[in-house]
Design a protein around this ligand. Sequence first.
Ligand code: LLP
Length: 394
Amino acid sequence: MISSENDQLISSTPVYFYDLNLLEDTLSAIVTASQSKQQFVHYAFKANSNKPILNLILKYGLGADCVSGNEIKLALDSGFPPSSIVFAGVGKTDDEICYALENEIFCFNCESIQEIEVINGHANRLNKKAHVAIRINPNVDAHTHAFITTGVNENKFGIGVHQLEAVLELIRVSENIVIEGIHFHIGSQITKMYVFRELCAKINQINAWFVKQGIQLNHINVGGGLGIDYDFPDVNPIADFQHYFNLFDQFIVRDEKQRLHFELGRSIVGQCGSLLSKVLYLKEGISTNFVICDAGMTELIRPALYQAQHQIDNYSSCNSKTERYDVVGPICESSDCFGRGVKLPLTKRGDIVAIRSAGAYGEVMASGYNLRRKVESIYSHQSVRSAIQNFSVN
Ligand code: LLP
């Protein structure tokens, strides 16, 4: 058994494996691509909120994008400065709003007129100023899965453009509200860059409207959504951040004092995580053969919920013959399937399969359905391939 310093052994499965070197390389690509352009990135905590991951993200100077009081608390406890924290979400509770006000976070991304009224009321009572950005629904189709599309008219997110005049009137009479900016987030796993150009065009119209109303916004927050390559994680382990940040820099018309903010989640942590699972059984079916794993939709729900396809590798088999399998979990649901017709080296009981690109929206979405135990995580400075090849699993 080989173990490099600081690496944890793969002692039991299912387990989330995080390649911290890849995470650092990703963070450093982000810093290089964004820093010189008055662009600031808040990491979307909802994608993965494990401590060692947050620590690295903090080390690279990113801020925090939170969607609950608990996420704000975790951000503060982890050392993220309050001035780097944005708070989003359509359903902020009164307690969460007060907590954020007391801690003087950078900005609330407000999603309805009533929410602005409520925030103003609490801010008044607490004798605080609430700094807000208006989350606007720009009606731009992200061309991604319907469940992770957030910026078209039928979505619950953001305030419609038709309500902007009413919003401004309200803000003008709300003494404890300070308008800082506008905020957008049209969806996740966006792989078509023209979508972001369409977003920029809408943002320019809206920003110009604010200028006409005599309001100079300090920042424009374009949200997150940059997709990752689930098909070829080894070919494209790091998203094309240069292209992404350049695009916004080039296509958003802004005053030199206006800063651009981003809220990236998946593109930061997605590729560094893999779900490792032991093969429990092989079963010959009528139309297909099954690899039955000890991980299921309780550990990674993305395939069942969004029909997501994650690459699956069996690095523990040295067999040069390959076979096609349906790779499934132990949960009593037919949607508990990680992939159909997956080509793997001849696989046997006890092999370890890696379900790749699972660092974002994997562990955080795990559930206790079927009374499953909480999935654990390990951190490494080597790739998932070498870790599996180097470590034996009990
Ligand atoms: N900002 C807001 C307001 C968001 O709602 C989200 C994600 C982000 C930023 C970060 O987006 P990202 O850069 O990660 O695409 N569970 C789904 C994804 C849900 C995304 C929710 N909002 C999945 O597994 O695909």
